[in-house]
Design a protein around this ligand. Structure first.
Ligand code: UFG
Length: 355
């Protein structure tokens, strides 16, 4: 059930480690021999996810140990205590808010949680002498790209408050790293994470109506929603629908492991894209999901969603060069694994028996 299999590597603290990407990363780190300490306030995650993470890792000889603390990352004193008591070697910072539309309506909440959370964490790290950090950034920092694929030197210009919080945190990390050259900070700019662990035990569990394409499709597939809404088919793309770089969440998780293990060879601050380098249209994603589910899923074309770009995909070559990492899983695997999770957990973690 694990992909890794290396020597014990130290203690990694994962903020937001019970969430979608955090839980998958926890699995891969545990399997690679890291001890994992999750801090999460469970405001948008379930403790059941951590029980499932432990269950997956338990099947793996040599897996590290998993512990967790319920706390809010903006609570600097509590975070400082955990960093010291757990003798943390490196931090992976996932905790944060991530809904673009909500960030437009409630910008201050986004600045407080995302920017405030990161500065709180950096203060706690400074107080305890922890200097290794991997941060969940986003391709959203590029805004509307002038050319594709997008590499890390492309102009930065997020178009919403959520994206701006990610860019500000990158800037804060850059400044803190410049002030202490022993820092080893990496910002991972994710493209579009989808899929689930192949065990079907952990996966994405959005609250309310999903904002993102794949979870919406999968809720249609289990009958929670009548049909998929395709946001525009008049974009300048081959089939008229938006193109994105979908990346399997297990590949993304392995990207964090690669980043953690490369940190000491890198500059004080580095930003790296995590994507496959390949774009897929909305209709191609619906086709892949329909193949996974075994029937054509119903959809209707509605108007464009404000703020959406026509096409964006990554140039992921820097990640290969610096981290020795490459995504390997196909769109069909992403759809099949997402479907396994959703079909076995139609209501997500809600009501799921623990363990
Ligand atoms: N789409 C639909 N119907 C839906 C949802 C999405 O047609 O119900 C389309 C969108 O228009 C877009 C594509 O599917 O063309 C992907 O949309 P997502 O909402 O899944 O993903 P985005 O690329 O819009 O957003 C993602 C992350 C953000 C991040 C952004 C920038 O969710 O957090 O990438 O990289 F900011």
């Amino acid at each position: 059930m694990c992909n890794g299999g290396r020597v014990p590597s130290g203690v990694a603290l994962l903020t937001g480690g019970a969430g979608y990407i955090g839980s998958h990363t926890a699995v891969e780190l545990l399997c690679a021999g890291w001890d994992v300490v999750v801090v999460d306030d469970f405001s948008n995650a379930s403790p059941v996810a951590l029980e499932r993470v432990a269950r997956i890792a338990a099947d793996h000889p040599g897996a590290g140990r998993l512990r967790h603390h319920r706390l809010d990352v903006t609570d600097t004193p509590a975070l400082t205590r955990v960093l010291a008591e757990e003798r943390v070697d490196a931090v992976v910072h996932f905790a944060g808010l991530k809904a673009v539309g909500e960030s437009v309506e409630q910008p201050l909440r986004y600045y407080r949680v995302n920017v405030g959370g990161a500065t709180s964490l950096l203060e706690a790290m400074a107080a305890t002498g922890v200097r290794r950090l991997v941060f969940s950034s986003s391709a959203t920092v590029y805004g509307e790209p002038a050319t594709v694929p997008v590499d890390e030197r492309a102009p930065l210009g997020p178009t919403n408050p959520y994206g701006r919080t990610k860019l500000i945190v990158e800037q804060v990390m850059r400044d803190v790293a410049a002030a202490d050259e022993r820092s080893r900070f990496v910002a991972l700019r994710y493209f579009n994470p989808v899929g689930a662990h192949p065990s079907g035990l952990i996966g994405e569990d959005p609250e309310g109506v999903p904002n993102n394409l794949m979870p919406y499709i999968m809720q249609v597939a289990v009958g929670r929603r009548p049909r998929i809404r395709v946001f525009g088919d008049d974009y300048p793309t081959p089939d008229g629908t938006g193109i994105r770089d979908y990346i399997h969440v297990v590949d993304l998780a392995l990207g964090h492991l690669a980043a953690l293990e490369a940190l000491d060879r890198l500059d004080p601050f580095t930003a790296v894209n995590l994507g496959t380098g390949q774009g897929s249209s909305v209709l191609e994603v619906i086709d892949a999901a329909s193949r996974a589910v075994g029937r054509q899923l119903p959809y209707e074309v509605v108007g464009r969603r404000p703020g959406d770009v026509a096409a964006i995909w990554a140039d992921p070559s820097l990640a290969h060069e610096l981290l020795g990492w490459k995504a390997t899983r196909t769109l069909d695997e992403m759809a099949a694994d997402h479907w396994r999770w959703q079909s076995r957990n139609p209501q997500g973690y809600r009501g799921a028996p623990a363990g």
